[in-house]
Design a protein. Structure first.
Length: 640
């Protein structure tokens, strides 16, 4: 049976093992070809082919809930649940349409797409909590049709504290949940990938999957417990013996210390072994939560992805399948940050860099290579990263925390009360700020300015060019002496400007002047380029405009505010959430800075809604945040 014949999970069940091997090879070819045309997550999905096929052959989705953490390993799940035709529009603008298989698809599971998708899970370490909640509802009779709950979690996601909190709850409650730990050895290797006792460990796994062994074990334990006089001591002795065996033979015994039974490790590319383990887990599910540890190879079957140790291809751009994705990237904000932090660290031994499992995408690989003892990748643990930075700052260091904007949301409490409350010299460099595009609503970095600008003592900077990134990082190390500083910038190519066009400190820069004081545009970060283009469009129609590069969003430059208040029309432009954003603060300050004649003010920004995936420029255009949209807004206000 060919891939084209697989329209639903039940189509997999009649296949023989040789047929499944052939299907796995065809799926890998399809994924490489599809991702090469659209971009997407490559290595994680190539490694999860056999695992996904086995899950869908043993479990009955959607009656059984198969949950994915993180969702970027779910492409194969999408293929076998009838969405193969949508991969030609993977992560594209028309990618989400309620249960319509002919449309394009999201890069993550989506409840809008399929009844087989229970959660949109692109932020890691959450799936075990979802599983616990679903199990509670099932056992309360609210979802009686859901027989098994299967949570697939990657080794990287297991570094997040939320995963441990959920494991503790699952073990304590005894809820029937099957946990599949997909371990590709990239992040979690020191803990669970040590197979030095391979044959012995595998034999022990075979024994523990045997239901006859399990039944006999229970009988022996009951017999010991019921012995007269010495029963309790004998039972405790047996538990101590078992614990000692686990500690010697199975390094990941911490699962069982939390009350979660552990099986593994199992070859994640051996269909027969996977199905045997999953079937046994079904039979033993009444005993409570069970973790099945599966070893997979990230990027399997495609050498460029297999060799990608630095996560350059974690989220691959379009590429030639014959040669693989290129590791070269155009000069942008991330690259400017990468070069600048290395340069600064050479002259300042206090500077250390911290990230949360994203050294490559945030631009810290070069820093890691040159200063390994000053580089800290804490795993998918943003809360820990921020508070650890606070401790480092207390000890006299100058920590630079590099995260995606959307992921800093997970550490809000730590930013406010562990860093800002103590006025600590921590610099936050937030990549992927604003509209990010392909990864959809969970990845847009649109809340950072609105939230962080409300924190007492926090300085929030937004560069509009690569040169501004360099200058702001230099300034931030000094400004941090008085408390935390945030530098937020988008993904992609950045403007380049002459040295004379670079600002400094917390001051704004006036880029164009309208001598008639008719129009003033206050632009933030990436929006500066669009605003200058809008000014050119307006000039062609005889409307001149003053244009400011805001630079410092918190605090705002009073000179800029006073100048804006002298104009008849004021427009602020930001790629952050409009409500409660920087533009509304500008509007308030400008209104109070004027006399009787209040300017006609309009605030442009991101509306309060979840924005599906599309290319960033297309989204910004739709929201009126491109040159044409800004010019149209100004012209309307002038005409009024």
């Amino acid at each position: 049976m060919a891939l084209a014949d697989i329209r639903q999970p039940s189509d997999l069940r009649p296949l023989t093992l040789p047929q499944l091997d052939a299907l796995a090879a065809e799926i890998r070819e399809f994924v490489v070809s599809a991702v090469s045309e659209t971009g997407g997550h490559l290595g994680s999905n190539l490694g999860a082919v056999e695992l996904t096929l086995a899950l869908h052959r043993v479990f009955d989705s959607p009656r059984d809930a198969i949950l994915w953490d993180t969702g970027h390993q779910a492409y194969i799940h999408k293929i076998v649940t009838g969405r193969r035709a949508g991969f030609n529009k993977l992560r594209q603008a028309d990618g989400i349409s309620k249960l319509r298989q002919a449309d394009g698809i999201s890069g993550y599971p989506s409840r809008e797409e399929s009844i087989h998708d229970f959660i949109e899970n692109s932020h890691a370490s959450t799936v075990l909590s979802y599983a616990y909640g679903l199990a509670v509802a099932r056992d309360a009779g609210q979802s009686v049709d859901r027989r098994h709950i299967v949570a697939v979690i990657g080794d990287g996601s297991m570094t997040g504290g939320m995963a441990y909190e959920a494991l503790n709850n699952l073990g304590h409650s005894g809820k029937r949940v099957i946990i599949v730990l997909n371990d590709n050895g990239r992040s979690y290797a020191p803990t669970v990938s040590n197979l030095s006792q391979g044959a012995l460990s595998n034999k022990l796994t075979d024994i523990r999957l045997n239901p006859v062994y399990v039944r006999r074990q229970r009988k022996i334990e009951k017999w010991l417990k019921d012995l007269p006089v010495i029963g309790p001591q004998a039972e405790r002795g047996m538990e101590a013996f078992k614990a000692g065996v686990r500690e010697f033979l199975q390094p990941p015994a911490f699962f069982e210390a939390l009350g979660v039974r552990y099986i593994g490790p199992i070859d994640g590319h051996d269909m027969e072994a996977l199905e045997h383990a999953f079937t046994a887990a079904q039979q033993r599910s009444e005993e409570g939560p069970i973790a099945i540890h599966v070893i997979t190879q990230k990027g399997r079957g495609y050498s460029p992805a297999e060799d990608d140790d630095e996560k350059h291809l974690h989220d691959a751009p379009k590429f030639n399948p014959a040669t693989g994705p290129s590791k070269s990237v155009p000069t942008g904000y991330t690259e400017a940050f990468a070069d600048t932090i290395v340069h600064l660290a050479k002259n300042d031994p206090r500077i250390v860099a911290i990230t949360a499992a994203m050294p490559g995408p945030t631009g810290l690989i070069q820093f890691q290579e040159q200063f390994p003892e000053r580089f800290f990748d804490v795993g998918i643990a943003e809360q820990h990263a921020v508070t650890a930075a606070a401790g480092m700052a207390m000890g006299g260091l100058r920590p630079v925390v590099a995260l995606y904007s959307t992921f800093l949301n997970r550490a809000w409490d730590q930013v406010v009360y562990d860093v800002a409350l103590h006025r600590l010299p921590v610099v936050f460099c937030l990549d992927r700020a604003g509209i990010t595009g392909d990864d959809g609503p969970s990845h847009h970095g649109i809340y950072d300015m609105a939230l962080l600008s409300k924190v007492p003592g926090m300085r929030v900077l937004a560069p509009s060019s690569t040169q501004e990134v360099e200058q702001m990082l230099k300034d931030a190390i000094v400004l941090a002496n008085e408390g935390p500083v945030v530098i937020r910038y988008p993904k992609g190519v950045a403007r380049t400007v002459d040295a004379a066009d670079v600002g400094s400190g917390l001051t704004a820069r006036k880029l164009l002047t309208d001598e008639s004081n008719t129009v003033c545009i206050l632009a933030i970060g990436k929006m500066v380029g669009a605003s200058l283009d809008a000014a050119a469009l307006l000039a062609a129609k005889g409307i001149m405009a003053t244009v400011w590069d805001v630079r410092s969003c918190a605090p705002l430059d009073q000179l800029m505010i006073d100048n804006a208040a002298s104009h008849r029309v004021v427009v602020s432009v930001e790629d952050g959430i409009r409500e409660g954003g920087i533009g509304m603060t500008i509007e308030d300050l400008v209104s109070h800075a004027t006399g009787a004649q209040r300017p006609n003010i309009e605030v442009l920004g991101i509306p309060k809604q979840f924005i599906p995936q599309a290319k960033p420029d297309a989204i910004l255009s739709r929201l009126g945040l491109n040159a044409e949209g800004i010019a149209a807004t100004v012209q309307r206000l002038v005409n009024q």
